[in-house]
Design a protein around this ligand. Structure first.
Ligand SMILES: Nc1ncnc2c1ncn2[C@@H]1O[C@H](COP(=O)(O)OP(=O)(O)OP(=O)(O)O)[C@@H](O)[C@H]1O
Ligand SMILES: [Mg+2]
Length: 210
């Protein structure tokens, strides 16, 4: 648990989980309860849209080939590169992560009127800087079979590609080891909503003790 640093007196819960485990769905359910939500995927998306703050650095590091005619990151091309090139993946992360962190801190500051804050970060297990922002870690977990079938249902990614991404992410057991709280997302959406409600009560009560 990281100490509160004065700039922030709201409970901040780091939400993480593997691809397709249900982070965005869970964040949406917490938002319905009135929690402040910081979505680092959305921040990354904005940074890499036309005119985004990461575009110049990405162009300098990877060349014009990775920027579309509209001036956005060419996501398909970049995904193809970093899937097979670990050094390139690291180069991209070195550009994006500090910018995402900066934006997340800014949003955290602006969300201090919320009862507590959910900070959704897929890379939380690997990222000490993000771990420092959160006082608790909430992992949304489901088995790999469920994970694969949900991602297939949502996108055009094939099973091999999804399994490749899962293999690159922090292993499930390791993720669960850093969890203070776990949401089990193998059943339906009703069960998910019930678990979020229980945690909402818990986090609200914790907030009141701070
Ligand atoms: N309990 C559930 N029952 C049925 N479908 C679900 C359930 N939880 C999530 N889903 C669906 O599974 C898919 C993946 O969920 P979601 O997008 O929330 O995961 P994620 O962890 O945010 O994924 P990513 O890592 O790609 O951001 C979505 O289509 C979502 O609607
Ligand atoms: Mg998501």
């Amino acid at each position: 648990m990281a100490p509160f640093d004065g700039a922030q007196d709201r409970l901040c819960v780091g939400l993480t989980g593997g691809i397709g485990c249900g982070k965005s769905t869970v964040a949406g359910l917490f938002a319905e309860h009135g929690a402040g939500i910081i979505d680092t995927d959305a921040i990354a998306h904005r940074l890499t849209q036309p005119g985004g703050n990461a575009i110049a650095a990405i162009r300098a590091a990877f060349g014009d080939d990775y920027i579309t005619a509209e001036g956005a990151l060419d996501r398909t091309k970049m995904r193809g590169l970093i899937f097979s090139d670990a050094a390139a993946k690291q180069r991209l992360e070195l550009i994006l992560h500090p910018l995402i962190l900066e934006q997340a801190k800014l949003q955290l500051h602006h969300l201090q009127d919320k009862p507590y804050i959910i900070l959704a970060v897929p890379l939380l297990p690997e990222s000490p800087a993000f771990r420092q922002l959160a006082q608790r870690v909430l992992v949304v977990d489901c088995d790999e079979h469920t994970q694969v079938s949900r991602v297939i249902g949502r996108s055009r990614m094939g099973e091999a590609e999804i399994r490749g991404i899962i293999a690159q992410q922090t292993p499930r057991a390791e993720r669960l080891r850093i969890a203070d709280d776990v949401i089990h997302n193998d059943a339906g959406l009703d069960s998910l909503a019930e678990q979020v409600t229980v945690l909402h009560v818990h986090y609200s009560a914790m907030q009141n003790k701070i």
